[in-house]
Design a protein around this ligand. Structure first.
Ligand SMILES: [Zn+2]
Length: 430
């Protein structure tokens, strides 16, 4: 009886957790001019809406609007003459669909445990167990702790090296995901890379000539929260930022010490709140310490996000290009072409360029910070938002049919970048 009650309670928790999104509608916004884009942006900030994509001329924006704000939002758009349409009337339905699809895929995959499953999105604990298991099974693989999250969870990374990081002429590739906790599909890219570097090795040159540091879950508290309470949570779980903790969390990809606070929000309640100070968060400091430890040898840095099918480089805060921008762009184009050759035909080609030019001004980002520490090739990937044929799941939501595909196609880009790094890396003087 007791276990039946627990079963019922856990059932309730699983299916009640999306209540906070009940009645939230997803809007497509089409702006004709940059001025219209500014009007929409100001409105979104004023109403503290959850912006999925910023609307710019030629590219529709997507924004999630709670039921109580829909009327005022629509009236303001109409008043400004901005075109919009409601893509999803109630996002809660889509969240429940995602749960069902992932649960069904997980149930199917448990029958075949011979390899790590890319049928569903593993939890923080499952990723942790996987990393520890690999370190036990493979001599050239180690697990280390880069730091500890606000709530005390270890931020672990996998170190893969055939020479135990002792060959100082070998360049290092650093790859991380889930800095933004709701961008679940980004995890598939890092886990697939691990699989290809450790378990199913078909590119031995990438192991012989490079060392690898991979941090699958940079924001473990936020990520755990997306599984337990709020699927669209983006920030970390920092409290004590304002009286009564009415709003919590810092956007970790605005918290790094790279043009900090110049193009991000100082509003604690905003999704891009940059934190009380540069590097104020233990998660960003963990990454900074890791980069500092290996600073002379890191040739390539990947910060994996979703969504948008983009490969982006600095500087994000002001849109200024670094002196080696042509090289950054050349390598990004090679990576994009490699991904495009393997992508689903229904997804768009990757777009390559400066963060501020292609996406929007954003300061304090991880890839900018890595470049500031001396990493020549530093990129933010925005993986595709996969939409199935009836356009149901999209944006941050993950269809199990796309998880392995996201890993496979992103790996093509990582490989292309890594091979460029092998041929062109010049070790810096210590
Ligand atoms: Zn992101």
């Amino acid at each position: 009886m007791r276990s039946f009650i627990i079963f019922c309670l856990s059932f309730y928790v699983v299916f009640a957790k999306h209540e906070i999104y009940d009645g939230h509608a997803l809007y497509d916004i089409n702006v004709k001019t940059i001025d219209e884009g500014r009007v929409v942006n100001d409105l979104e900030n004023e109403l503290l809406l959850d912006v999925w994509t910023h609307a710019v001329p030629g590219r529709a924006g997507q924004v999630l609007v709670p039921k109580v704000k829909r009327k005022i939002f629509e009236n303001a758009l109409k008043g400004a003459g901005v075109e919009y349409n409601v893509q999803v009337e109630n996002i809660k339905d889509q969240l429940e669909l995602e749960d069902q699809k992932l649960a069904a895929a997980a149930a199917r995959s448990s029958r075949n445990s011979s390899r790590f499953s890319f049928d569903y999105i593993p939890t923080y604990e499952e990723v942790d167990a996987y990393l520890e298991d690999l370190a036990r099974r493979y001599e050239h693989v180690r697990v280390h702790v880069a730091g500890t999250s606000v709530q005390g969870r270890p931020i672990k990374y996998l170190a893969v090296s055939t020479t135990n990081f002792q060959n100082f002429r070998k360049p290092i590739v650093v790859m991380q995901s889930l800095l933004h906790s709701r961008e679940w599909v980004s995890l598939a890219a890092t886990l697939y890379a691990i699989e290809k570097l450790v378990v199913d090795v078909t590119e031995s040159d990438l192991l012989e000539n490079l060392d690898w540091i991979i941090i699958p879950v940079v924001n473990p508290d936020g990520y755990t929260w997306t599984h337990s309470n709020a699927r669209f949570w983006r920030k970390n779980r920092r409290t004590g930022l304002m009286a009564g903790d009415f709003c919590i969390g810092v956007d970790l990809n605005r918290n790094f010490n790279s043009q900090w606070s110049t193009a991000s929000s100082s509003n604690v309640c905003a999704d891009d709140f940059h934190g009380p100070g540069a590097m104020s968060e233990p998660e960003t400091r963990a990454i900074a310490n890791l980069l500092a430890t290996f600073t002379t040898r890191i040739a390539l840095f990947f910060d994996i996000h979703s969504f948008g099918s983009m490969i982006l480089y600095g500087w994000g805060g002001n849109g200024v290009l670094p002196p080696h921008a042509l090289t950054l762009n050349l390598v990004a184009v090679r990576m994009a072409q490699a991904i495009d050759a393997a992508k689903l035909p229904t997804n768009p080609n990757y777009v390559v360029g400066n963060i501020a030019h292609v996406l929007y001004f954003a300061s304090g980002g991880a890839s900018d910070f890595a470049m500031l520490t001396g990493v020549q090739l530093s990129y933010t990937y925005e993986l595709p938002a996969w939409r199935n044929h009836n356009w149901s799941l999209n944006g941050f939501l993950v269809d199990p049919d796309f998880i392995e595909q996201a890993g496979v196609e992103t790996w093509e880009g990582i490989k292309a970048g890594a091979r460029y790094a092998i041929g062109n890396f010049r070790a810096k003087d210590v």
